[in-house]
Design a protein around this ligand. Structure first.
Ligand code: ZN
Length: 68
């Protein structure tokens, strides 16, 4: 409820979105789609571009916390 600018994707329960700058990076990267794909792509991006490796569990938690 604290992030009113995002459109819910309730019709796609497995859809998720991660936006890099939400996690403190000065970076325009974002990925949206199936939650498995989002976790994989965001994980690869953050590892390669920022040197941070997130576990799949962490990324899943990010997506759950987002309420995109
Ligand atoms: Zn990034």
């Amino acid at each position: 409820m604290t992030k009113p600018t995002y459109t819910p994707v309730n019709s796609y329960p497995n859809m998720a979105k991660l936006v890099c700058k939400d996690y403190g990076y000065d970076c325009a990267f974002e990925v949206e789609g199936d939650s498995e794909e989002v976790a994989k792509k965001f994980g690869e991006h953050s590892e390669h571009e920022h040197g941070i490796e997130y576990s799949k569990e962490t990324l899943t938690k990010f997506m759950l916390d987002n309420n995109y």
